[in-house]
Ligand binder design. Structure first.
Ligand SMILES: Cc1cc2nc3c(=O)[nH]c(=O)nc-3n(C[C@H](O)[C@H](O)[C@H](O)COP(=O)(O)OP(=O)(O)OC[C@H]3O[C@@H](n4cnc5c(N)ncnc54)[C@H](O)[C@@H]3O)c2cc1C
Length: 460
């Protein structure tokens, strides 16, 4: 294309930055507007008192080769690190004990995580028929039908809180876990699907060596968006809060506030990558229905509690990724990541660092408690589970009032609405983690899709 179009990208989180990077590489004229002082959005790393704290994502899964490509191109290859082998071991808390999640047939037979009755129920999975409920079936209904109540309670409930900080009774299986739903839809069941899917993956692996390894960076997850931002340099304007987007003849006018002044940019395309409630403030003037959909998408509150202990005070072996707590166990937190076991450089070698998650869609009511009381309760429970004899050396909390969008039952209606909104307002693209997946890997994957969409629209 000779006359490359102008594009304003709202938000310098991983979604906005990766798309901006590809567009810039393809010679589009880009401007990124970010309300904060620095890049990263939810990818936030703090270094304090010798501890490295990732208060948003602690790691990503390398689900797309685009991640490695980006890392190489922005000069971060030397800083990229992969999770320690031992972190494949994940624990679930049940009856005052941490049980390793079984990863082999023999471990499944001997595990005390599930009762014998539950194990027999799970083995019946290949004989369970399909359901046609699609987008209107919760994760809980799906799992209970296919694998039984106990598997739901002691495997899926904690897993869902580990990924979405979500509630399995509310999340739509098809919108939130499309790959899982697909196993039933395409292959007729999970076991059948996993066997056939593994064969297909094996075939594909002949062409691609990519596998979903868990990654981070020696200086924390925020290194990634910051390195992309460094490449884009003055194409990003910080402390620039977008206020509105308006149609003027054939252009879009983006108005934003910067140092107390209201400025505007005329552009061909606008890509929004900000959370839906912020997007609603900008786009509701174009269509009042936007607000209705934005209000219906729930982002539960999550507190991230980072704790550092002296290793000699921890009597439990640190031999895994961490543990998750099923709702049935009625604890005050969702689980804990053993941060310094997974990646190096999280604290000095005498200490151990942990990241705990509190609240989420399962227990937002916990924040009615006074903060100090809640943290005290969590700390006491954590010390008991981990067999820790002394007080922490370091403790820091980070509250996310609106943490992660929940792809709840009926989410398809919102997805369809955003498609329609884009059709009615050509040149506006609605992106970010409430469309097409919440993980860092999904956000990166979606940036390539957005690039292709803009290319196609620009060619018309
Ligand atoms: C606590 C927590 C833990 C997580 N853990 C993991 C994990 O372990 N692994 C994983 O893969 N994913 C994890 N996630 C999810 C993942 O981090 C996010 O989905 C992803 O980073 C979102 O990126 P984004 O660019 O879409 O949005 P954001 O990161 O939210 O970026 C949006 C940006 O827009 C800016 N903005 C907002 N309004 C305006 C405005 N009006 N004008 C200009 N700028 C504006 C914001 O300041 C922000 O920088 C976690 C998320 C949280 C909150």
């Amino acid at each position: 294309m000779s006359d490359k179009k102008n594009i304003v990208i709202i938000g310098a989180g991983i979604s906005g930055l990766t798309t901006a990077y590809w567009l810039n590489k393809n010679d589009y004229k880009i401007t990124v507007l970010e309300s904060k002082k620095e890049a990263g959005g939810a990818m936030e790393t703090i270094i304090e008192d010798g501890f490295l704290i990732d208060s948003g994502p602690n790691s990503g899964l390398e689900t797309t080769p685009l991640i490695r490509q980006l890392v190489d191109e922005v000069g971060l290859a030397n800083e990229m690190i992969y999770a320690n082998e031992s972190s494949n071991k994940r624990y679930i808390y049940r009856n005052c004990e941490l049980h390793p999640l079984p990863t082999s047939a023999s471990a499944f037979i001997t595990t005390k995580l599930f009762s014998t009755k539950a194990k027999f129920r799970m083995m019946a999975e290949p004989f369970i028929g399909k359901s046609d409920d699609g987008y209107y079936q919760s994760m809980a209904q799906f799992v209970k039908r296919r694998l039984g109540q106990e598997f739901l309670d002691y495997a899926i409930d904690p897993f869902v809180s580990g990924v979405f900080a979500g509630d399995p009774y509310k999340l739509s299986v098809k919108s939130a876990f499309p790959k899982l739903y697909r196993l039933e839809e395409v292959y007729g069941g999970l076991v059948k699907g996993m066997i056939k899917g593994a064969r297909e993956r094996k075939k594909r692996a002949e062409q691609s060596k990519q596998s979903a390894k868990m990654f981070s960076f020696i200086n924390g997850m925020q290194s990634f968006p910051k390195a992309i931002a460094d490449k884009l340099k003055d194409k990003i304007q910080y402390e620039s809060r977008v206020q509105s987007v308006e149609r003027r003849v054939n252009d879009w006018i983006v108005k934003y506030e910067q140092n107390g002044d209201v400025k505007e940019i005329k552009t061909d395309f606008v890509l929004s990558t900000i959370p839906v409630h912020s997007a609603s403030q900008i786009f509701s003037n174009l269509d009042f229905e936007f607000e209705k959909h934005s209000r219906a998408i729930y982002y539960p509150p999550v507190m991230v509690l980072f704790i550092g202990f002296n290793k000699k005070d921890i009597l439990r072996k640190l031999d895994g990724f961490g543990f998750l707590i099923p709702s049935k166990e009625k604890k005050s937190f969702l689980g804990a990541i053993w941060s310094s076991t997974i990646f190096p450089n999280r604290c000095n070698n005498d200490n151990a660092a942990f990241t705990l998650f509190i609240g989420g869609a399962r227990s937002p009511y916990l924040f009615d408690l006074e903060k100090e009381k809640l943290i005290g309760k969590v700390l006491q429970e954590f010390k008991q589970i981990m067999n820790i004899s002394n007080e922490p050396l370091f403790i820091k909390d980070r509250m996310w009032n609106n943490a992660i969008p929940q792809y709840n039952i009926g989410y398809i209606e919102h997805e369809n609405y955003f498609d329609k909104f884009e059709k009615d307002n050509p040149g506006i693209l609605i992106g970010g983690n409430y469309r097409g997946g919440i993980s860092v890997g999904d956000c990166v994957k979606n940036s390539e899709i957005t690039l292709q969409r803009i290319k196609r629209a620009g060619d018309v």
